[in-house]
Design a protein around this ligand. Structure first.
Ligand code: HEM
Length: 204
């Protein structure tokens, strides 16, 4: 039993460090671009570990893992129960699996929503692309599935997503490009302060 706990805690810790590294590439807090050396340099490891993007990704991935594991255990238990095999083992296991799936599903939805709002704030271009949003809209509609044209000029088909909890505008692709190129001091290659914890757009 101790080995199982150690393996699962170790796996979760490993997942956190992997996701923190990935999150830093999406939202590079705690670092500056050293233009003399021509490289990004880490200044605050604590900021990398507490990056809001990492926390959102970790909580979402772990709850998603519980949903996946719960569905797997429930399916195996149901398979045995429908054949009348080992009901003393599989009846409690299906009950536990279904409770896990129910609780974890709520967690997945809440953390997924958190991720989407962080993405809208920190990576507006990614959200605009994910939503095939060619025009800034206020408020954004509720989107489940969207297809855009290959040359990125117009949407082909959409059913719409609430990415903010306010009736504020969500920028479309051309507008995000315009905002970025017009933003003063945005070029990280020429301005070190843009990539520091306190100055990076979107905060920590
Ligand atoms: C209400 C339902 C859900 C919402 C709103 C949601 C939303 C999101 C968002 C916004 C991302 C970030 C994508 C990116 O940064 O490129 C994401 C990533 C991900 N989602 Fe979901 N998701 C939902 C359900 C699920 C389910 C059911 C699973 C699996 C069982 C799942 C597994 C994942 C995984 C593994 C990632 C990649 C990890 C990451 O980049 O953070 N999600 N989801």
């Amino acid at each position: 039993m101790a080995c199982i706990w150690l393996a699962s805690i170790g796996t979760a810790l490993s997942a956190y460090f992997i996701l923190a590294a990935n999150a830093w590439m999406q939202h590079p807090v705690g670092s500056v671009v050293n233009t003399t050396a021509g490289r990004a340099e880490l200044r605050d490891f604590g900021a990398v570990l507490t990056n809001s993007t990492a926390i959102g990704a970790f909580t979402h991935t772990i709850t998603a893992a519980f949903v996946t594991a719960g569905v797997f255990v429930a399916a195996i238990s149901a398979w045995h129960l429908t054949r009348g095999q080992h009901s003393e083992v599989f009846r409690p296991s299906i009950r536990l699996a279904l409770v896990t799936v129910f609780i974890a599903s709520v967690g997945v939805a809440v953390t997924g929503d958190l991720q989407a709002r962080l993405m809208t704030q920190q990576q507006p271009m990614k959200m605009a692309a994910a939503e095939a949003l060619y025009d800034t809209v206020a408020p954004a509609s509720f989107s489940l599935f969207t297809i855009g044209s290959l040359n990125g000029s117009k949407e082909v088909w959409r059913t719409a997503l609430i990415v903010t909890h306010h009736p504020e505008q969500v920028h479309g692709l051309p507008q995000v490009r315009l905002t970025r190129s017009n933003r003063p001091h945005f070029d990280p290659a020429t301005d070190e302060s843009q990539l520091t914890t306190s100055h990076y757009p979107g905060g920590s």
